[in-house]
Design a protein around this ligand. Structure first.
Ligand code: ARG
Ligand code: ZN
Length: 849
């Protein structure tokens, strides 16, 4: 392989391709080590093109033959692609290349997973299949012929013919190459049908390896619900005769929205009560919806270039969160999304990897499939909807589909439909796309003569490449409560547009208690000096369930921070309020479970850091332990009853109500385990008839260091199931005490079933280690060394997954000099690795700077 210095690509350099692609015909002669791909592509030169070079991307391809209009040509080939003299009139390009799916451990392009052929082309994998203008703004219809011995041969679009050893597919919808897919294997389908609102009959299939056919029913239900929901809520109908989903064991990401042929990481589609937890079921439902929704937001309207990734991802995440809110509890979904946002996106936005929702440069686009593009991208849509209102949002989105169907678009196109349909100027709003970093809003208030004044002051800290930030428009939803807990002003959206701005509320008989940023109306950090008494008041009375939870969460954080900094005992008032809430049967169990869930240790570390302290992961861990122990002891009398009351009887069902109850039950069990030494957990483990309670019992036992026997029986029971084995690997590391986590993770990497080539297995162990804050950062740096050894080894096989995992180091500058020194050594070790991939090199460079 030829070495080239990593190249930076800029948004400002965008130039359209100088040729239109009129049609693509591909023939695949499948063979594990030497697949032949024959392409026949019609090009029309664009007379007005600025760049007339006929350049086709192509990587790791063996060019066998190339022709233009039937005449052999000899293009100039580099490791990135080829250039060739091209006619000025429409012409036909034909090429034959050879590729090696078996040797493809990067899992990008055409590769093999457990004996089946599959593809992953987003973002730039198609260039590893054949020579092509592999860019999202080049769209064409595809006709595909697959020749192979496998029983099932699939591609995009509708089937147009098949016979012994071959199948043909035609996709009538023009698409970019990143949406191309091919699957071939001895697969079994779980079939169903769907009739669209205009009466079109669609064949649905979930394709799996033999043995997994009993794990498809839930995914199929989720697909049908998604199809119906998109018709009902967005008026969007499916547009082919067939929709296929395939489960693949080796996959870098969650899933992929290839036109008519979605490919899923098997962990994101296969579900059964015995092998999947409630959390798995919920995630599967959401991901199936996400990929299906891409059919319109991503496929029918795609991105002009990869800088616009949030155009499809932010919008589609927003849509799948709306779907989950409708299918389950909207308030529980909102709280969970904010926990996730703070855990992943805020960490990114406040460290060396901070980037804009629409970045302006990159080296490797795969490094930008981030929480900022996806989750903050979705938050931006949510703010836009809140600012313009629900009806205006619906109108603008309808205009978007009407105006841009079949096009490759930009964020400007998206904002323009809102400007045109509402008359609103969104230039200040667009800063949400162009400025990185999490805004801070400082809140102060004042009351005099019946008038309450709320003053909001915004600022955004510097991020790499962006020292100064302008004020943005921020929707801040506010309600006011009276001293008795009644709402004296209903929720109103304040539009903060200035650096500092005051809002008044008149005609109040006494100073109200404000409930600010209801529903978490903007992805910001609120800074408000207030008393624990006021927080406890909101925890008891706020009518906005997000802020009610938030009040409890803030109390939980402040109490732990006082424990860490001053050696304080757990805050007694907070404990009382918490216990009251957990015992309150009138409240939704899922909500009680969220109130009971501790603030993340990473979040505490970040807060301490921002307040000028150096976080000590061990001290944060100890505070969490002490808090939980104190809580358990204070609840000694009620825990057994609560455990019994929240135990779900009868046959397992993954519905939201049962799942919420089980979630609370799991938290109660973990407290109970602190008192009974694991007796109840052992009983629960022995009696378990579904994975949610089996997994919960094992977790409690492992945490108490009492689970050796159950861990062994779990292994014996499930060693034949890859997805359950991922749980077994991950749970042990996640539950390990800080001093033991790295050693245990290292042992697990030597286990016969550890397979670095399988991203799920690698993440199960290394991801769990990175998430175990006190374990990963345990004094001495064994965790850092282990992770680094594994990252370096994996980079040679799978750059994409390696690069993503480097983010474990993104918070390194929070910590003390010793830890920073240890981490720097490891980062430099990665950076100094010979033949390091472009993916990992970009990540490490950004983290180090
Ligand atoms: N578009 C996919 C999704 O969000 C993600 C695929 C990303 N793959 C990658 N290799 N970067 O549903
Ligand atoms: Zn997506």
């Amino acid at each position: 392989m030829t070495e080239t210095a990593p190249q930076t690509i800029y948004l400002k350099d965008y130039t359209p391709f100088g040729f239109q692609v009129d049609s693509v015909h591909l023939t695949f002669h499948l063979s594990p080590k030497a697949t032949r791909v024959v392409s026949r592509i019609e090009f029309t030169p664009q007379p007005d093109a600025k760049d007339k070079t006929f350049f086709l991307h192509g990587e790791q391809l063996k060019l066998i033959a190339a022709k233009i209009d039937g005449q052999p040509v000899s293009p100039a080939v580099t490791p990135q692609g080829l250039t060739c003299d091209a006619p000025t009139e429409p012409f036909v390009w034909e090429a034959e290349v050879e590729i090696n799916p078996q040797g493809n451990t990067a899992l990008e392009g055409l590769y093999m997973s457990n004996g089946m052929y599959c593809t992953q082309c987003e973002a730039e994998g198609f260039r590893k299949i054949t020579f092509y203008p592999d860019r999202p703004d080049v769209m064409s219809t595809f006709t595909v012929r697959i020749e192979g011995d496998e029983k099932v041969l699939l591609s995009n679009g509708n089937p147009t013919g098949s016979g012994e050893g071959w199948a043909e597919w035609h996709d009538p919808w023009p698409k970019p190459a990143y949406l191309f897919a091919l699957v071939a294997g001895d697969l079994i389908n779980h079939p169903d049908r769907f009739t669209t609102k205009s009466g079109k009959d669609v064949e649905l299939n979930i394709w799996v390896r033999p043995g997994d056919e009993d794990k498809c029913a839930f995914g199929m239900e989720a697909l049908i619900k998604s199809m119906k929901w998109d018709e009902d809520v967005y008026g969007l109908e499916y547009d082919l005769d067939i929709f296929n989903i395939v489960a693949v064991d080796d996959f870098n990401m969650g899933a992929m929205e290839n036109k008519g042929l979605n490919i899923f990481n098997s962990s994101c589609v296969l579900a059964s009560p015995e092998t999947s937890t409630d959390a798995n079921f919920e995630r599967i439902e959401a991901i199936i919806a996400h990929e299906y929704f891409h059919n319109w937001t991503g496929n029918r309207i795609t991105c002009r270039d990869w800088f616009q990734l949030c155009l499809k991802e932010g919008l589609t995440v927003y849509r799948d969160s709306q779907f989950t809110s409708d299918m389950r509890s909207a308030s529980v979904k909102r709280i969970s999304d904010v926990i996730d946002l703070r855990g992943r996106q805020f960490a990114e936005d406040n460290g060396p990897l901070a980037h804009q929702v629409r970045p302006e440069s990159f080296q490797e686009i795969n490094n930008f499939y981030t929480a900022t593009i996806y989750e903050k991208g979705a938050e931006v849509i949510g703010m836009l909807k809140r600012l313009v209102g629900d009806d205006a949002y619906a109108k603008a989105v309808a205009l978007y589909f009407e105006r841009h169907d079949g096009q490759a678009c930009t964020i400007e196109d998206w904002l323009q439909v809102f400007e045109d349909s509402t008359g609103r100027d969104l230039s200040q709003f667009s800063k949400w796309y162009s400025q990185a970093g999490t805004p801070r809003i400082k809140v102060t208030d004042d009351y005099a003569d019946g008038t309450y004044t709320l003053t909001l002051e915004q600022s955004t800290p510097p991020t790499p490449g962006q020292p100064d930030k302008d004020p943005r428009v921020i929707p801040v939803a506010v309600g006011l409560l009276g001293q008795n807990g009644d709402e004296v002003r209903e929720t109103e959206v304040l539009e903060l547009t200035e650096a500092k701005q005051s809002f008044t509320f008149e005609g109040l008989s006494a100073k109200p208690i404000p409930s600010v940023l209801r529903e978490f109306s903007a992805p910001v950090i609120l800074e408000r000096e207030t008393t624990n008494a006021e927080r406890a008041f909101l925890l008891a009375h706020d009518s906005d369930s997000f802020n009610r939870w938030e009040a409890g969460n803030t109390l939980a954080k402040e109490s732990r921070i006082a424990m860490v900094l001053d050696g304080a005992a757990p805050d007694a008032d907070y404990l009382d309020a918490l216990i009251k809430l957990v015992r309150d049967d009138s409240l939704d169990p899922a909500f009680r479970s969220l109130v009971l869930s501790p603030p993340s240790q990473s979040d505490l570390a970040q807060t301490l850091f921002e307040r000028g302290h150096t976080p000590d992961p061990q001290a944060i861990y100890d505070a969490a332990e002490t808090f939980a122990q104190t809580l358990a002891e204070a609840m000694t009398d009620s825990l057994p009853r609560l455990y019994a009351d929240t135990t779900v009887q009868g046959d397992y069902s993954p519905d939201a109500a049962s799942a919420g109850k089980r979630d609370l039950n799991t938290r109660i069990l973990s407290l109970l385990t602190r008192l009974d030494g694991g007796d109840q957990a052992a009983r629960q483990y022995a009696d378990a008839d579904n994975m949610t309670v089996q997994n919960a019992a094992l977790a409690s036992l492992l945490k108490a260091e009492k689970g050796a026997e159950q861990s062994q029986t779990f292994f014996d029971q499930w060693q034949g199931d890859r997805l359950v084995m991922d749980k077994w690997f991950g749970l042990q590391v996640a539950c390990a005490a800080p001093a033991k986590a790295a050693g245990l993770a290292e042992d697990l990497t030597k286990h016969a079933l550890f397979d670095m080539k399988n991203p799920n297995r690698f993440r199960a162990v290394m991801g769990a280690l990175a998430m175990n804050q006190a374990g990963f950062h345990y004094a001495g740096g064994a965790g850092y060394k282990l992770l680094t050894d594994n990252l370096i080894a994996l980079d040679a096989l799978n750059p994409q997954t390696t690069a993503r995992m480097c983010a474990a180091y993104q918070t390194w500058k929070r910590y003390d000099d010793t830890r920073q020194g240890l981490i720097r050594t490891q980062l430099e070790r990665i950076a100094g690795t010979e033949n390091l991939s472009r993916d990992t090199s970009e990540m490490v460079t950004r983290i180090l700077n």
